[in-house]
Ligand binder design. Structure first.
Ligand code: NOJ
Length: 596
């Protein structure tokens, strides 16, 4: 990065900042550039449609409910929404078991509702992304019904069928190997009619597709084209690292604890490694093929880059880097960086090194930060201390929006919704919570209805309806209506941060450099972009007040223009002394240009 040597007075610097701000805002206007790069600094919002807003009082959220809240999302500053699956489904895995990829489940509405959602969202400059589940279908999908109808059916080879170990004409033997479902117990299900086992990484009602079959590839290219033609802005690819399995079908290794002993997981099974069933390299060619097919799409009606987001839980940054593909064979624009957001402990060193990994090791690729989703306990449960939860969520959201890259968050995070797991087994809706009870209570706790108002059913549903999951009592204080009018609420905080991310050029375009790198209590970094003074971010990861001095190489002392700070905190006089309250946040911009 090159800098011109300038020393400015405070007033002149402010003028320049204001000018740059305006210039960037205007230059992002030309539609072509905006359409091409819209995703690079974008704010994505995950909607779990079942739980977002119910327009017809049947207890289940729907598309009309989403449409009714698009203005809310626009005011929040959301660029795109990702809808978890809304296709027809027996709903064993609440939509991740798809029985028809080219229709809308009547529980959520009609195709006309969907078309209206796209149109209404686009009017508000919000793009819509669908979930694309390629690892498996529902066992009620017509492909699987055919496949299981006989060993000679043309669809037989669309799924993963195998004989059992020691199987005879009269004895089904044992499952072909020790592979386990992520949702507990053997990943092999016996089919009595055709006398073979089929493989399922998830529920038995979610048979895995056979990605060694080229017909499966073509089928998904057609499905992707179907939705792109409808105007969707892209897809989030579900469980994408599990498309392939070891062709030799070798057993997974048993995991050992620190004493060298095997142990049981939450389902009571011997815990196994997953090297034979996860992250096999063959997935890259598939994604490059899908991406090449999708890249062809841009219509006058729906212009703009169509993007691929990946559900990519990976062990390290090198593996994440591979998911972007190469310039010749691109794969995902935005594979999720789950290594940052799921550290699940406020550990300064861990966050510093993971955020730095994303900044340095991904090269020119854009990181996608994410801290929460519909599969994990919400932020309160993973990062909260029960006392300072709102302040802690300010810390988390600042990492999410004030770091370089795109940001993805989960409905309800912006108001601080809490995890509310079922307390009785008979109330559990998510089948994993039944298999694993009481150790594993399932994912109901993070899927409770969106809290819109302090009123009955939190405004998710009509007062006489019965939401599919209970509305937690805390909804009377944690809800959109109450927080909207409170300048100190978490909702206002999110809105302000998102606004900064999108309008301050250093936020939108800057790169991150960690500061004060020996500090184990406060995480600080600077953001820099050409043509504007740098800004600094400091986050207190502790319940005790902290003071940091961020003056250092390339960052001389100077007065700061505060952009955002924890409500009630004082503004620091200078970079030399930034005071932070318990879990305090400070973001400020230097008032002078830095010479380099
Ligand atoms: C990941 C999804 O996020 C989760 O909800 C689902 O159960 C599995 N993939 C299987 O599709």
């Amino acid at each position: 990065m090159h800098w011109t040597r300038k020393t400015l007075t405070f007033a002149a610097a402010l003028l320049i900042t204001a000018f740059t701000f305006k210039a960037v805002a205007q230059s992002s206007q030309p539609e072509a550039a905006n359409n091409k790069n819209w995703w690079r600094n974008a704010v994505f919002y995950e909607i779990y449609p079942r739980s977002f807003a119910d327009s017809n009082n049947d207890g289940i959220g729907d598309l009309k409910g989403i449409i009714a809240h698009l203005d809310y999302l626009k005011d929040l500053g959301v660029d795109a929404i990702w809808l978890t699956p809304i296709y027809p489904s027996p709903q064993v895995d609440f939509g991740y078991d798809i029985s028809d990829y080219e229709a809308i489940d009547p529980k959520y509405g009609t195709m006309a509702d969907f078309d209206r959602l796209i149109a209404e969202a686009n009017k508000r400059h919000i793009r819509v992304l669908m979930d694309m589940v390629m690892n498996h279908t529902s066992d009620k999908h017509k492909w699987f019904l055919q496949s299981r109808s006989s060993r000679t059916n043309p669809y037989r080879d669309w799924y993963m069928w195998h004989d059992g170990k020691g199987q005879t004409d009269t004895d089904k033997g044992q499952p072909p190997n020790n592979w386990q479902s992520d949702f507990g117990h053997s990943a092999w299900e016996w089919d009595e009619k055709t006398r073979q086992y089929y493989y399922h990484k998830f529920y038995a009602q979610q048979p895995d597709l056979n990605w060694n079959n080229p017909k499966v590839h073509q089928a998904f290219k057609d499905i992707i084209a179907f939705w792109l033609k409808k105007g969707v802005a892209g897809f989030r690819f579900d469980a994408i690292t599990t498309l392939f399995e070891d062709p030799q079908m070798r057993d997974e290794d048993v995991l050992l604890d620190k004493d060298g002993k095997s142990f049981l997981n939450n389902y009571g099974d011997v815990a196994l490694n997953d090297t034979r069933t996860n992250n096999l390299p063959e997935v890259h060619a598939v994604m490059a093929e899908m991406r090449a097919a999708a890249d062809k799409f841009s219509t006058d009606k729906f212009p703009g880059t169509r993007i691929f987001i990946g559900e990519t839980y990976l062990p390290n940054i090198a593996e994440l880097l591979k998911q972007y593909g190469t310039p010749e064979h691109p794969e995902f624009q935005l594979p999720m960086d789950t290594q940052i957001g799921f550290i699940n402990k406020l550990d300064v060193s861990a966050f510093r090194s993971k955020i730095e990994n994303a900044e340095v090791d991904l090269g020119d690729n854009v990181p996608l930060l994410i801290f929460d989703n519909h599969d994990n306990p919400r932020l309160d449960a993973r990062y909260g201390d029960g006392v300072h939860d709102t302040d802690i969520q300010r810390v988390i959201s600042t990492m999410l929006f004030a770091s370089h890259g795109a940001s993805l968050f989960y409905y309800g995070d912006e108001i601080g919704m809490t995890t509310t797991p079922p307390t009785r087994k008979e109330d559990v809706k998510d089948p994993v919570g039944i298999t694993g009870w009481p150790k594993e209570k399932g994912r109901d706790g993070e899927r409770t209805p969106m809290q819109w108002t302090p009123g009955p059913n939190a405004g998710f549903d009509g007062p006489n309806a019965k939401p599919w999951l209970p509305v937690p009592p805390i909804a009377s204080t944690i809800n959109v209506q109450v927080e909207k009018s409170d300048p100190n609420s978490l909702l206002t905080w999110y809105q302000t941060l998102i606004q900064l991310k999108k309008t301050n050029p250093v936020f939108s375009e800057g790169s991150d450099t960690m500061l004060d790198t020996e500090n184990t209590k406060v995480l600080s970094w600077k953001r820099e972009a050409a043509g504007a003074p740098p800004l600094v971010v400091a986050l207190n990861f502790t319940a005790e007040p902290q003071t940091v001095n961020l003056v250092g190489p390339g960052l001389p002392d100077g007065s700061l223009n505060t952009l955002l700070k924890t409500p009630g905190a004082a503004s620091p006089g200078s970079l030399r002394s930034i005071q932070l309250g318990p879990y305090g946040v400070y973001i400020g911009q230097l008032q002078v240009m830095i010479s380099h």
